[in-house]
Unconditional design. Structure first.
Length: 332
């Protein structure tokens, strides 16, 4: 008896794609539908109607996987997701992965066991090839983090542009020795982090400023990390005069430690944050930052998920790329 794996092999497609065709999921090309249909006919494969019926059952619950709940960025993202979910009559199950690959797989199994109708991923801990198979059991939407191999709806930001405009702003202020903080977004890899760093390097290259590895600080995610980074910068013989941080929390830590060390901001060290969280306007001096439309990201991802579950047409929003904005304040 033929299996779904046999159909996938004959069609030259993944099992997840074959499953999406069988279950009439959106976002599958006509060409792939044709290949699957021909393979099914050649193998005399017929879907299990009982399994299909089980898959059609709804829990009206969406799982949202976040790496860490103490980061305000993800709190605001959840607020955006929940606003739409609540309006559409869905509940959220918030799952904290703590950047763990094992936890991510554990929570993805909620989709496989039909305990949730869909999953929104705000970070990616495993290789996408490992995650893709779970889309056979229900919709997955990427929100914030992304992977170009993922054939699932994605809501993301132009991170290259964000890294570029922040760095260019510092250069235009006369800085040539600019440090950069990389965040921590998963053990596997992060396209988000990679693209933001690419924007930073693009701006330096445009102005013929050499890239210095000793000016790049890794896995800096919070206020304490910002303080530690400033201390590392001060230990350098030829130290930076400006720093582009990965978040407003990190920027706040840098500013706090700089002031404690007797440095003036922005005269001795200019600081740019990222996100435009409330802390950016609460700390003195107020933080120049790259504004992300966090609530909008969450709302769009949530709407995409509900539309897929309810089989509404959202093809035009399969990959939503939102813009970023430079907000200039006193820290630069």
């Amino acid at each position: 008896m033929a299996t779904i794996a046999d159909v996938a092999k004959l069609a030259g497609l993944s099992r997840a794609t074959v499953s999406r065709v069988i279950n009439n999921h959106p976002y599958v090309s006509d060409e792939k539908k044709k290949l699957v249909k021909e393979a099914m006919e050649a193998l005399h494969y017929y879907p299990n109607s009982t399994a299909q019926k089980l898959r059609s059952q709804k829990t009206e619950t969406i799982a949202v996987l976040v790496p860490i709940l103490t980061n305000p960025f993800f709190a605001y993202l959840l607020e955006g997701i929940d606003t739409v979910a609540n309006e559409r009559g869905y509940h959220l199950l918030v799952c904290q992965t703590r950047y763990s690959q094992e936890k991510e797989i554990y929570f993805l199994n909620l989709l496989k066991t039909k305990q949730v109708d869909g999953i929104i991923l705000t970070s990616i801990e495993n290789d996408w090839n490992k995650i893709e198979d779970f889309s056979e059991f229900g919709p997955i939407v990427l929100c914030n983090e992304f992977d170009e191999r993922a054939n699932v709806p994605t809501v993301r930001l132009d991170q290259v542009y964000g890294g570029y405009i922040g760095t260019r702003h510092l250069i235009e202020k006369g800085h040539t020795k600019i440090a950069y903080c990389k965040g921590k977004y998963g053990k596997h890899f992060s396209k988000l982090t990679m693209e933001r760093e690419l924007g930073y390097k693009m701006a330096l290259a445009e102005y013929d400023i050499p890239i210095r590895e000793d000016f790049i600080f890794r896995e800096v995610t919070d206020i304490e990390g910002g303080k530690i980074t400033l201390r590392k910068m001060l230990s350098l013989k030829d130290r930076p005069t400006a720093i582009f941080t990965g978040s407003d929390m990190v920027a706040a830590g840098v500013i706090t430690e700089a002031k404690a060390s007797g440095l003036r901001i922005p005269e001795d060290i200019a600081v740019i944050g990222f996100d435009d969280q409330p802390i950016a306007e609460m700390i003195e001096p107020k933080i120049t930052t790259i504004k992300q439309p966090i609530l909008e990201i969450g709302q769009k991802a949530s709407k995409l998920m509900m539309d897929i579950i309810e089989k509404k047409d959202g093809q035009d929003e399969f990959d939503s790329l939102l813009s970023l904005q430079l907000i200039v304040r006193a820290s630069t």
